[in-house]
Design a protein around this ligand. Structure first.
Ligand code: SAM
Ligand code: GLN
Length: 292
């Protein structure tokens, strides 16, 4: 009998052979996806037969994964901040380090540094991971999420619906222009908090990315020559939309924090000590507009 355990083992060996970094986990995720099992059920049922009618599909998914398609695209979802987000190749797969940005925002709210019902803008929302997690965690928040890519915004809208996020508004367009569109008559126009995980990979490095990263949308990664294009454009426009005393939280790539701090300081904001991730990288730059 060919059991789930046999399939798991076979998948792991095939993926390891193709150079996949996490073959055991990815083999498990693919099998759980095909058999509709949660983690506990999967471990409980390892001795059960692997359904014969799923074998062809199993091998097909293993081949795709082996060619570098991220497992989240194969199974169509990714967990972020405890919520399951639908993902397609139109959106960046939300990263664990981005949860630090969400946590930092929640702390500001919990400490009373934001109004009880804050107005929040998420620039370049992708799957909606940041915007929707904040909308779900902060009751009465009004959240505007923008993206230049219509297909990404469509995914974010579906995530808001399926996760039950209220008072979340989606705007299509390039950075600040997204706030000028006709739809802008609903939802706030100025904000207590602006958050963004913009594209920040320097153009020259895009060619050297792993096969998995190469499958993600180029416009989600390309931060221009030095990777800082979006930080320049975001800092330049903040004055138009940020309330007095309003906050900005920007995710940055490794080594970019000093330059981004400088840009925000030049824009007249007060810059706070950086927030680091667990590998010691300065991951989130935090700044505040002067109070009146
Ligand atoms: N916020 C999501 C997350 O953290 O998982 C996605 C971040 S991804 C690094 C950057 C996002 O910015 C992409 O969804 C991309 O389509 C969007 N984007 C790229 N250029 C943009 C622009 N000019 N204006 C608005 N959004 C843009
Ligand atoms: N965090 C992505 C990485 O894997 C980059 C995303 C971005 O450009 N914001 O490097």
């Amino acid at each position: 009998m060919f059991t789930l355990r046999d399939a798991w083992r076979e998948g792991r060996a095939a993926l390891a052979q193709s150079g996949v970094e996490t073959p055991q986990l990815d083999s498990e995720i693919i099998i759980r996806y095909l058999t509709c099992k949660g983690r506990e059920e999967f471990y409980r049922d390892l001795g059960e037969p692997f359904p014969a009618e799923l074998l062809a599909r199993f091998y097909q998914l293993l081949r795709q994964r082996g060619r570098g398609v991220p497992v989240a695209y194969l199974v169509g979802e990714k967990e972020f901040f405890g919520f399951s987000f639908k993902v397609t190749p139109a959106v960046l797969i939300p990263r664990p380090e981005t949860e630090i940005l969400v946590e930092t925002a929640l702390e500001l709210w919990q400490q009373g540094d934001l109004p009880v019902s804050p107005r929040i803008l998420d620039i370049g929302t992708g799957s909606g991971a940041i915007a929707i997690s904040l909308a779900l965690k902060i009751q009465n928040a009004e959240v505007v999420a923008t993206d230049v890519k219509a297909e990404a915004l469509a995914v974010a809208r579906q995530n808001a619906l399926r996760l039950g996020a209220k008072k979340t508004f989606f705007r299509h367009g390039d950075l600040w222009q997204a706030l000028e569109t006709a739809e802008s008559d609903s939802g706030p126009r100025s904000f207590d908090l602006v958050v963004s995980n913009p594209p920040y990979i320097p153009k020259g490095e895009l060619m050297r990315l792993t096969p998995e990263l190469q499958q993600e949308p180029r416009e989600a990664l390309d931060g221009g020559e030095d990777g800082l294009d979006f930080y320049r454009r975001i800092s330049a426009g903040l004055g138009q939309v940020l309330q007095h005393g309003g906050w900005v939280l920007l995710e940055v790539g490794q080594g970019q924090a000093p330059a981004v701090r400088e840009l925000l300081a030049q824009a007249g904001l007060t810059v706070f000590p950086p927030v680091c991730d667990l590998s010691g990288v300065e991951r989130v730059v935090k700044a505040r507009q002067q109070e009146l």
